[in-house]
Design a protein around this ligand. Structure first.
Ligand SMILES: C[S@@+](CC[C@H](N)C(=O)[O-])C[C@H]1O[C@@H](n2cnc3c(N)ncnc32)[C@H](O)[C@@H]1O
Length: 301
């Protein structure tokens, strides 16, 4: 594949495939298909009896992955849905049990690059941030119908932003005065909230605010919690559930849910006592890998 066609550099590919303990004729669910990087690696390992069901709530990226995975079209199905609906997705596909399910959370580099989607504080675009374009509420409508206290809590909880109160106050003020027009207006508020000395650190002042707003708009933690309650039920014997997360809020949910499954039901075992993390070499090549953590749960019998 030519570099210009690569929409997203997948993280921990080898480690994910190892952790899934792939069976050549197995049935797999990719709950976050994205540009199809992990899916392609998996499809190369399964044979014509194997199946991959690829789910993504973003229709635009689903179209991208259809192109990328064209040569595997007989073994792959594309589903526009939220992975929190795993039970309904499997029912609709006529599947009871599967050999592996995996998630690679967050947004892809391709989505970040699309200015019109509003995910990036470096690109001017609408204050949108919806992964699912059929959802009604955007980041802007949510900010407008929020108040200072609620927004402060969101920035604190989902962004772990120290300056949450200051940023929230400005965002609410500017929204009232119709001064929040584009992503760069939000980035500017975060920038100004930081003391000048702190503005040029490794992490841009708007990073945490954008993360928090995105998690809020897309109800990301809620979706993950729903998925964690349901998905292990659908694993075959020796089936594996693998999740790659990128921040501590997600990783904590995964860690606790896996532990709970393993302690309350002896059919399940946590395979990764410690999360699998990328090598320094991978981080050097792909900075997005820096915070990735992979955890795996197995259904033993
Ligand atoms: C990090 S990217 C996945 C990249 C993919 N593994 C690859 O190799 O190209 C995450 C993808 O998951 C999707 N996504 C995030 N949350 C979702 C959810 N709750 N349900 C379905 N898709 C979701 C996003 O739209 C995005 O395309």
């Amino acid at each position: 594949m030519a570099v210009s066609e690569v929409v997203h550099e997948p993280v921990l590919v080898k480690e994910l495939l190892e952790n899934l303990a792939i069976k050549a004729n197995g049935i797999y669910i990719d709950g976050t298909l994205g540009g199809g990087g992990h899916a392609q690696a998996l499809l190369e390992k399964i044979n014509s009896q194997g199946v991959l069901v690829g789910v993504d709530q973003d229709e635009e990226i689903l179209e991208k992955s259809k192109v990328r995975l064209e040569k595997f079209r007989e073994r792959v199905k594309f589903i526009h849905d939220n992975f929190s609906n795993i039970k309904e997705i499997l029912q609709k596909e006529g599947l009871k049990m599967v050999d592996g399910i995996y998630l690679d959370l967050g947004v892809s580099s391709w989505q970040l690059d699309q200015a019109h989607r509003g995910f990036s504080f470096r690109k001017e675009g609408p204050i949108d941030m919806r992964m699912n374009l059929s959802q009604i509420e955007t980041a802007l409508t949510k900010i407008k119908s929020s108040n200072e206290k609620e927004l402060t809590d969101i920035l604190k909880e989902y962004g772990e932003e120290r300056l949450a109160a200051r940023i929230a106050r400005q965002l609410i003020e500017k929204a009232k005065r119709h001064q929040l027009q584009t992503t760069l207006d939000i980035a500017q508020v975060a920038w100004e909230a930081y003391p000048p000395k702190a503005r040029h650190k490794k992490i841009h002042p708007a990073t945490r605010t954008f993360q928090a707003l995105r998690i809020w708009v897309n109800k990301e933690l809620w979706a993950l919690e729903q998925f964690l309650k349901e998905s292990p039920h659908f694993l075959n014997e020796k089936g594996r559930l693998c999740i790659i997360s990128y921040h501590s809020l997600e990783d904590r949910l995964v860690k606790h849910a896996f532990r709970k499954w393993a302690t309350q039901d002896q059919r399940f075992k946590v395979i990764t006592k410690k999360p699998v993390i990328p090598s320094q070499e991978e981080i050097d090549q792909n900075p997005r890998a820096r915070s990735a953590k992979l955890r795996t749960l197995e259904r033993l019998h």
